[in-house]
Design a protein around this ligand. Structure first.
Ligand code: NAD
Length: 334
C-alpha cells in the first residue's frame, strides 16, 4: 500500500484508540489526525502510567478525548458503536509492577480486553480490532530470531496476561467472527514516552539519565541482544495493520532487523547526548528472575503481508528522541 493509498484509506475513518494519551496511542493519534481520520481517544490518565495531555498538543482540537476507563462496560458499549476501527493499546505495561500487583494487571490487561471484545461482539461486530501485543508473550526465546508460531512461555504476570488478552482475540475471531489482529511489539522508544520512572521503557529512561548527567546502570555485562524500534516505525505498522485486509485474524512480530547488545544501546545514548556514564552492577534478584536474555524477532511475516520495513536507525531515533525531550522536558520530567 502506498503512502497516498494509506492517507486515502484513513480519511474520515472513525477510529477509537484505547490508551490514546499514552506513548504508542498518542503517536498513532497524531498520524491519524494528520490523515484526516475522525479519532476518539479513551484514557483515564492514571498518574503512574504514560498518559499525558501534552502528548496530544497540536491535535487536541481535532480528536475526541474521553478521560475514562475501558473497564466501564457502559462506556465501551456506547463507544464501539460509533467506530469502525479500534486500536486497543490501553494497558498496564510494567513487568515489575505486574508481579507486585498481579490483580491490577489482570484487571486491566485481561478483563479490560474482554470488556472491549464483548462490547464489539454485541454492538459492532463489523469493527476491526488491532491489539498491542508484546515480545513478553514469548518469555525466553528458544530459537533466534523468534517466529510467531514458536514456543511461548512468558516469565512474568504482564506477559501471561498480555498473552491471554491476545488469546481472547482468537476466541472472538473463531467463535464470533470478529476481525482481529495482534502486533507483538518490541522494545519501542521515542517521543511522548513517559520519563517519570525506570519501570517503563528502559531506553527512554536512559536518555533521561544521560540528559540529567546521572549514572546509567547496566545489570550484568549487558551483552544480551535487544531489538529496538523507533515509535514512528511502530505507528506505521499500526496504520498498515488497520488498513490491509490480509492482516485480519493474524499475529505479527515487529522487529528492527538490527539487534544490538544492551550495553551498546546505552553507549549510543551517552555518545549522542554527550553526557552520562555507564556503570555495570550485578543483577538485582527481582530483575534476574524475569530476565529473558537475548531477544531478536523475525518480522518477515508482517513484511510479506504489508510491505512494512523499519526505517529509522537506532542512532537517528535516539537523536530525534533527545531533541524532543530537550525541547519539551518540562512536560515529562515531573
Ligand atoms: N512501549 C513498548 O515498548 C511496548 C512494547 C510491547 C507492547 N506494548 C504495549 O503497548 C501498549 C501501550 O504501551 P505504551 O508504551 O504506550 O504505554 P503507556 O503507559 O504510555 O500507554 C498506555 C496507556 O493506557 C492507559 N490505560 C491504562 N489502563 C487503562 C484503562 N483501564 N482504560 C483505558 N486506558 C488505560 C494509560 O493511562 C496509558 O495512557 C500496552 O498495551 C503495552 O502492553 C508496548
Amino acid at each position: 500500500m502506498t503512502k497516498s493509498e494509506i492517507e486515502k484509506h484513513y480519511q474520515k475513518k472513525k477510529i477509537l484508540i484505547t490508551g490514546g494519551l499514552g506513548f504508542l496511542g498518542s503517536n498513532l493519534a497524531h498520524a491519524l489526525a494528520e490523515k484526516g481520520a475522525c479519532v476518539t481517544l479513551v484514557d483515564p490518565l492514571f498518574p503512574e502510567y504514560g498518559g499525558n495531555r501534552f502528548n496530544v498538543a497540536g491535535i487536541e482540537d481535532r480528536v475526541g478525548i474521553i478521560i475514562d476507563d475501558i473497564r466501564s462496560e457502559k462506556l465501551m458499549q456506547s463507544l464501539v458503536k460509533e467506530h469502525e476501527l479500534i486500536f486497543h493499546i490501553a494497558g498496564q505495561t510494567s513487568h515489575i509492577d505486574s508481579l507486585k500487583d498481579p490483580f491490577l494487571d489482570l484487571d486491566i490487561n485481561c478483563r479490560g480486553t474482554l470488556i472491549l471484545l464483548e462490547a464489539v461482539r454485541k454492538f459492532n461486530p463489523k469493527a476491526k480490532i488491532i491489539y498491542a501485543g508484546t515480545r513478553a508473550q514469548y518469555g525466553k526465546i528458544l530459537k533466534s530470531p523468534v517466529e510467531e508460531q514458536d514456543y511461548m512461555q512468558p516469565v512474568d504476570i504482564y506477559g501471561v496476561n498480555k498473552h491471554a488478552g491476545e488469546g481472547y482475540l482468537w476466541i472472538y475471531r473463531d467463535v464470533h467472527g470478529l476481525e482481529c489482529v495482534s502486533l507483538r511489539i518490541n522494545n519501542t522508544y521515542g517521543p511522548r514516552h513517559q520519563m517519570k520512572q525506570a519501570n517503563y521503557g528502559i531506553l527512554n529512561w536512559f536518555i533521561r539519565l544521560a540528559l540529567d548527567s546521572k549514572p546509567i546502570t547496566i545489570y550484568g555485562d549487558g551483552s544480551q541482544l535487544r531489538d529496538y524500534n523507533f515509535v514512528d516505525d511502530v505507528t506505521q505498522a499500526f496504520l498498515l495493520a488497520g488498513a490491509i485486509p490480509e492482516t485480519g485474524g493474524q499475529a505479527f512480530n515487529l522487529g528492527s532487523g538490527n539487534p544490538i547488545p544492551f550495553y551498546k544501546m546505552a553507549e549510543e545514548i551517552v555518545a549522542i547526548v554527550g553526557k552520562g556514564e555507564l556503570q555495570k552492577v550485578p543483577w538485582p534478584e527481582e530483575r534476574k528472575k524475569i530476565e529473558v536474555g537475548s531477544y531478536v524477532a523475525d518480522y518477515s511475516r508482517f513484511s510479506r503481508t504489508t510491505g512494512w520495513q523499519p526505517e529509522i536507525t537506532l542512532k537517528d531515533g535516539i537523536a530525534r528522541t533527545v531533541t524532543y525531550y530537550e525541547k519539551y522536558k518540562k512536560h515529562y520530567w515531573s
